[in-house]
Design a protein around this ligand. Structure first.
Ligand code: GDP
Length: 140
C-alpha cells in the first residue's frame, strides 16, 4: 500500500480537556507519523470554508460555533494507507456507534463534539492540508 498523507484536527472538546497527548498516543500507536502539527484558534471564516460541504445541513451553525469555541490542533499524518487507517483509528462519527479502542469511543462527548477530524479521501486530504499548512511546514 502506498504512503499517504491525511489531514487531522484535534477538536475543541479534546483540547479543552487536555487530551492532545492522549490522542497523539493513539495515532502513533496505530503506526501513523505526525509530520506537521500546530495549535491554532480557527477563525469563523476558516471553519466555514473547511466545512463548506456541510453548509446546507441543519447542524452547520452549531458545528462552526463549536470549531471556533476553543483552540484546535491541526496535523498532517503520514503512513501506509494513512487516509483509511486514520478513519479506522478515529471511529464512527457518533461515539455511541464507534468501535472499541477508537479515539471517538474513548474520548468523544457526542456526535458533534467528537474529538477529531480526519480526511475522507485523497482529494479532500490534499485540499485540507493546503488550507492549513505550507509545504515547508510538513517534515516527513
Ligand atoms: P466525520 O467525517 O466522521 O467527521 O463526519 P461528517 O463528515 O458526517 O460530519 C462532519 C462533522 O460534523 C462531524 O465530525 C461532527 O463534528 C459534525 N456533525 C455530524 N453530524 C452531526 C449532528 O447530527 N449534529 C451535530 N451537532 N454535529 C454533527
Amino acid at each position: 500500500m502506498a504512503i499517504e498523507r491525511t489531514f487531522s484536527i484535534i477538536k475543541p472538546d479534546a483540547t479543552a480537556r487536555n487530551l492532545t497527548g492522549a490522542v497523539n498516543a493513539i495515532i502513533e500507536k496505530a503506526g501513523l507519523r505526525i509530520v506537521a502539527q500546530k495549535r491554532i484558534r480557527m477563525s469563523r471564516e476558516q471553519a466555514e470554508t473547511f466545512y463548506a460541504v456541510h453548509k446546507a445541513r441543519p447542524f452547520f451553525g452549531e458545528l462552526v460555533d463549536f470549531m471556533i469555541s476553543a483552540p484546535v490542533v491541526v496535523q498532517v499524518l503520514e503512513g501506509e494507507g494513512a487516509i483509511a487507517k486514520y478513519r479506522d483509528v478515529m471511529g464512527a462519527t457518533d461515539p455511541s456507534k464507534a468501535a472499541d479502542g477508537t479515539i471517538r469511543k474513548q474520548h468523544a462527548k457526542s456526535i458533534g463534539e467528537n474529538s477529531v477530524h480526519g480526511s475522507d479521501a485523497a482529494e479532500t486530504a490534499a485540499i485540507e492540508i493546503a488550507q492549513f499548512f505550507s509545504g515547508n511546514e510538513i517534515v516527513g
